[in-house]
Design a protein around this ligand. Sequence first.
Ligand code: CAA
Length: 292
Amino acid sequence: MHNQHIHSITIVGAGTMGNGIAHVCAMAGFPVKLMDSSEGQLRVALQTIKKNLTRMAEKQKIKPIEVSTSLARIQTYTNIKQAISDADIVIEVVPEQLSLKKLVWSQIEQDIDPKRLKQTIFATNTSSISISELAEGVTHPENMIGMHFFNPVPVMSLVEIILGNKTSEQTFKTVELLTRELGKTPIRVHDFPGFVSNRILMPMINEAIYALHEGVADKEAIDQVMTLGMAHPMGPLRLADFIGLDVCLNIMNVLHKGFQDAKYTPCPLLREMVDKGHLGNKTGRGFYIYEV
Ligand code: CAA
């Protein structure tokens, strides 16, 4: 089945998730416009995509020629208006702050060709922001949807597709098909705090931090229980570092506030580490030490 609706994809935000999404879209054959306000960020993103495509070619997951053909499909922009000029879908991948996401979407609405506004799909990659709330600020909330990708995007096969209270079935169907065309599996969920993924994952990670905090075992032991006993590819503390401890704390706060239930109280050790700036892989220190 070929997607009648999506010919050109614009990705706004070229951080870890943005470059991963650009990678899989380009590999699937779509022209990609990757936008970020920072030239430097765009340069790093292209280098990362090239490195990850090359690794896939070395492991014979793709043909060597696909490294250059995929890269050639990606154009970079610092100007949002140019980046969205012919987009059938805009995938916004800016940091997880409602006010920032709202600002970016209002900018996109201002800059998009008014003739295209009605038919362009607005997808947000979010791990915890309410799609219905974000859609309150846009002219066509029926076109807005959540596409929650997982890190590392080229490896993880899930895309959690989140319907807000006004998202249309047509929007869902188009995005569901696109997700399959990207080689991923779409899973449809509703707009509850943490959706499904983080409602289950984050309390597990938080509980692992409590176990460490209370001295049940050391960090390596806690992680080994979950890797060796439950076949998780990474233990919860290493995974927390990989995700970012600030992101984990933010999601726990969303669950706590959204459900008003004490069982989602973030562990004091998690708060303490975030306060100290020990955020995991990205800062070189979390539960473990990393090279940055
Ligand atoms: N691009 C392309 N390929 C990549 C890659 C990348 N960025 N990163 C890793 N790979 C590939 C490797 O080439 C390797 O391929 P082979 O199996 O063919 O050898 C494979 O992935 C495994 O990589 P490694 O051998 O280097 O290392 P590993 O076995 O330790 O796996 C991992 C690394 C894939 C990250 C694995 O540890 C894992 O799956 N961890 C759990 C990740 C996870 O849970 N992610 C979700 C986080 S939650 C989230 O993102 C959303 C949220 O809302 C918080």
